[in-house]
Ligand binder design. Structure first.
Ligand code: SAH
Length: 367
């Protein structure tokens, strides 16, 4: 298992799954139930220090503090959109900035989580790709995003859904993503249902297969094109895993019967928004338990790409739906705070507001 330590050689306790924590504590000669007790303190009771774990014996707390540290992300900004979307900016212990976006929508409150600092996939239309990959996020950094946001929400407000659609390619960081997701799913951890978690990928075929075997979460694939040639232009990963290979994988993945793979399709005017594209897409979806999510391109000054008109998007959707392909259109959210799809990583500094309160002070505490 990967181990992350601080300058004093103490282990990042939140990067451990419950099973890993049990193994660590057994090695220290501690009783088995201790691990669960401590895990709950970390993920359900927002423990900031071992000293605060009042039902753990003092001597054990001292040992824990010598051996482990409790990491937090440092909140550096909260930006609120006029549409209710909120973007959280965080600083990692080594000074990188990452972002999470909270999106309220009727009966849902969806959190969009980052999995890497930057991204290596270099999709031509996506601004996060401009950064390149700086580093993978640790399991604790992936799981601290919902934990720390939760702590600042009102008592009756719950994050209902989680999408791994923030900065980064989650499956490129598979080894850290999976332990983090185990903590998302653990009843004594963050306690999310697998039905409410979606991992989005450019189509890293081997990791898609591994994930399907490891965890029952939902899968989303960013397709964004209807021919190999077109997809190679915007998504360089197509050179490694062709669209045909990707779709064949989707056809044969062991998807539970109540689940479908979501295909995200960023619509770019004059590039992939024609009715010929729609017709090809219908064919590509044959034999796959799928639904298509159209994302009209979010324009930005750094790209000469245009969003198609609403009529064009509607016509495209209509073509799919009338041919039996389930298809929705993603509403653009948080555009005024650069929180929309493909805009992450371009944040300006913002002031931290009352949202975090005590979280801010404790954010850098490590023991
Ligand atoms: N790397 C993963 C996770 C990121 S999800 C993936 O690609 O699936 C981010 C989604 O936003 C992707 O579907 C991507 O295609 C889309 N996107 C990127 N830039 C966009 C833009 N400017 N407008 C609309 N969608 C965009």
């Amino acid at each position: 298992m990967p181990r992350y330590t601080d300058a004093d050689g103490r282990i990042d306790i939140k990067s451990l799954t419950l099973e890993e924590l049990e193994a660590e504590l057994q090695g220290l000669g501690s009783e088995r139930f201790r691990a669960l007790q401590i895990y709950k303190w970390l993920w359900q009771r927002h423990a900031r220090s071992f000293d605060g774990m009042t039902n753990v014996a003092k001597s054990v707390r001292a040992t824990l503090a010598e051996r482990f540290f409790i990491p937090f992300l440092e909140p550096v900004g909260v930006l609120r959109s006029t549409d209710g979307t909120t973007k959280f900016l965080w600083k990692t212990h080594d000074g990188w900035q990452i972002e999470s976006v909270l999106i309220p929508d009727e009966d849902r409150l969806t959190l969009c989580v980052s999995s890497q600092v930057g991204c290596a996939m270099a999709c031509s239309f996506c601004l996060t790709g401009d950064l390149g990959l700086k580093r993978h996020l640790r399991p604790s950094e992936i799981a601290n995003q919902p934990l720390q946001i939760r702590a600042g929400l009102a008592e009756d407000t719950r994050i209902t859904n989680v999408v791994m659609m923030g900065m980064g390619e989650p499956l490129h960081n598979y080894d850290n993503l999976v332990p983090a997701l185990r903590t998302y799913l653990a009843e004594d951890g963050l306690g999310f249902s697998h039905r409410k978690i979606t991992v989005s990928t450019v189509g890293l075929v081997p990791a898609m297969q591994k994930l399907a075997d490891a965890l029952p979460v939902n899968l989303a694939v960013s397709l964004n094109a209807t021919t190999e040639e077109q997809r190679r232009i915007v998504m360089p990963i197509t050179r490694k895993y062709s669209m045909a290979t990707l779709l064949e994988t989707c056809r044969t993945l062991p998807i539970p019967h109540h689940k479908r793979i979501t295909f995200e399709y960023v619509m770019m005017a004059g590039f992939n928004d024609s009715l010929e594209d729609a017709a090809r897409l219908v064919k590509l979806m044959r034999g796959i338990k799928s639904k298509v999510n159209l994302i009209p391109y979010n324009e930005n000054p750094d790209r000469d790409i245009k969003r198609p008109s609403d009529e064009r998007v509607k016509a495209f959707q209509h073509h799919l739906v009338t041919r039996g392909v389930q298809c929705s259109v993603r509403t653009t959210r948080g555009i005024d705070i650069s929180a929309a799809c493909g805009q992450l990583g371009k944040a300006d500094a913002a002031s931290v507001e009352a949202f975090f309160g005590a979280m801010t002070q404790g954010a850098t505490a490590t023991s």
